[in-house]
Design a binder for this molecule. Sequence first.
Ligand SMILES: [Zn+2]
Length: 293
Amino acid sequence: MDAIAYPMSIATPIPVALANLIKFGILNGMELVDTHCHIQFPDYGQKEGFDASDAITAAQAEAVTRLLCVGTDLPDSRRAIDFVQQRDNCWATIGLHPHEGASYAHDNKALEEFAALVSQPKVVAIGECGLDYYYHHSPKADQEKILRWQLELATTYKLPCVFHVRDAFDDFWKIVDNYPGITGVIHSFTADKKVLLQTLQRGYYVGLNGIMTFTRTEAQLEAAKAVPLDKLLLETDAPFLTPVPFRGKICQPKHVRLTAQFLANLRGETLSELASATTANALSLFNLSNVYE
Ligand SMILES: [Zn+2]
């Protein structure tokens, strides 16, 4: 073999973009996205002496390279937008949580102000929105009204939705089926295979988080096993739902990796297979840029 057979890269400096891909582990297939966190909350991490910027640095060290900060009401959606506009590789969603139904359903001014946020840079989805009949913090009619408001917004602006649905799937399907163009994810999916089928029939994605690592409900794990790889998304819901073995601590985006590893074992996949598929799904659903921004 003569010298000419050596690859060019030995003599050529690695371009910055490529260096970043290597640094973040993408060329090893190891890159994760936290598609649902709330680290824009103003007191995030305080009780344990860290802040959101620390959490982002820690996430990158675990190959969690992109984050979606999910808004839950009007001020929180504004905060999420502000937060991501000051940081790289973070995007925002704007949402009125079903718990907030009673506060917004009869406040047209607030609803208009909320709708105006949709055109802000780095807003990639509507939600979390949906129905919650478990806690029932707001009347059903109010929950439905603000869900429909958000579905109309998502339809007009062709944005995906991040859905929160708890003990309310029958009513939820009746409502969303009036909006055939809608795409989205059922976040924090903990239902069974029957609801999984209903989810997949509508083309929606399935968001799994730390609950999977500590649930004792066999039907939830059976459903998690059955999610097609091309419909699976990973999330933390930080600061909530911390996975094993860190129960009791504040959940961080870096913990997406623990859930990913758990699911890879459960489903008989490698971590890198699961990472590359779920990352591709996140990029596709939320139309995130393939390069960092
Ligand atoms: Zn959430």
